[in-house]
Design a protein around this ligand. Structure first.
Ligand SMILES: *Cc1c(COP(=O)(O)O)cnc(C)c1O
Length: 340
């Protein structure tokens, strides 16, 4: 029996792409597939996104871009993070990747996007130089599109003013939250990551924004036992039974990406919501049952109604981190790609 199975639904990716294209009303959709497609698989997701109408693939690093180039000979691939070394710049040039530049030093022989800092306070030029010949795009990044509309409007205004003289270049500002909530942020293209995977940039139910989660993570009960009052499960005895309590052991733990701080979150056991109890171990977790269930009863850890947004709330983090942390190493889980 597999310890767990990760199913990526490319049909859901395509439907999310179409939903975002609808929202963007003519601006291009650029699919952000950094960090192995937010844990979903950059090659599978990138292919489906391009098929469905996305026009560019965006990654964070040059090595990520080089990996994608092997699979997508003709696609535009933009590296959004700064190149680490001059060797990386040479490799990017050779592979036809586009680079993002946040300094006055602009590499030659490669298409460049100049990044302006309009309020993220991270990468980015504080003032836009006059674009040189290799510059094809102007960009900035929103810091609060999911939380502070006023500051977002300020960033949009700063970006518009700084880039207005260069309307012949491709101007791009919005991430998923910006694309969904701020029509003014759309400019020529939006760089959407989290929404592409059917996850909400607002931490709410993605269905509210017409998005559909593309990842299903399932396992099964590998052991079922009853704890007598006073008996416990797991490290540190964090869960002690007060009355005779059935628990199920699921062979998935934090090394698989089911984070240690997910104690108390809800998964589904045989379709019914059940709580993860006790300390999550490296290779296993326990769920509280209301009765004896057979070994092999299916457990849904994510997807099919179990939201990454709910896990994130339980763990005090964001859905991005929940999915990026999932370990798809075949030594730990089986990965399946479907197209619904
Ligand atoms: C990761 C990233 C995005 C995508 O953000 P989402 O919130 O996942 O849509 C867009 N732009 C830049 C520069 C990024 O680093």
């Amino acid at each position: 029996m597999q310890r767990s199975e990760l199913t990526i639904d490319l049909g859901a990716i395509r439907r999310n792409v179409r939903r975002l294209l609808d929202v963007l009303e003519g601006a291009e959709l650029w699919a952000v597939v950094k960090a192995n497609g937010y844990g979903h698989g950059a090659v599978d997701v990138g292919g489906a996104a391009l098929d469905a109408g996305a026009s560019v693939l965006c990654v964070a690093t040059v090595p990520e871009g080089l990996q994608l180039r092997k699979e997508f000979a003709a696609a535009r691939i933009i590296v959004m993070g700064p190149p680490a070394t001059s060797r990386e710049i040479a490799l990017a040039r050779e592979a036809g990747l586009e680079l993002t530049v946040s300094t006055d030093e602009i590499p030659e022989g490669v298409s460049i996007h100049l990044k302006l800092d309009t309020g993220m306070g991270r990468w980015g030029l504080s003032e836009l130089p006059v674009p040189t010949a290799g510059v094809v795009g102007l960009m900035s990044h929103l810091a609060t599109a999911d939380s502070d509309p006023e500051f977002t409007e300020t960033q949009i205004r700063r970006f518009r003013e700084a880039t207005e003289p260069y309307r012949h270049l491709t101007r791009h500002l919005a991430n998923s939250a910006g694309a969904l909530r701020f029509p003014d942020a759309r400019f020529d293209a939006a760089r959407c990551g989290v929404a592409l995977y059917g996850l909400s940039p607002f931490g709410t139910d993605p269905g509210d924004d017409g998005l559909e989660p593309a990842l299903h993570w399932s396992s099964q009960l590998a052991q079922v036992r009853q704890l007598a009052p006073g008996e416990s499960t797991g490290y540190g005895r964090r869960f002690v039974a007060e009355r005779p309590t059935w628990i199920g052991i699921v062979p998935v733990g934090y090394a698989d990406g089911f984070r240690r701080d997910l104690t108390g979150t809800e998964v589904r056991v045989g379709g019914e919501p059940r709580r993860a109890v006790g300390t999550i171990s490296m290779d296993a977790l326990a769920v509280e049952l209301d009765r004896e269930l057979p070994v092999g009863t299916p457990v849904t850890l994510l997807g099919h109604g179990v939201l990454a947004e709910d896990h994130a709330r339980a763990a005090g983090t964001i859905n991005y981190e929940v999915v990026c942390g999932i370990n798809s190493d075949p030594a730990r889980s089986r990965r399946v790609v479907v197209d619904s």
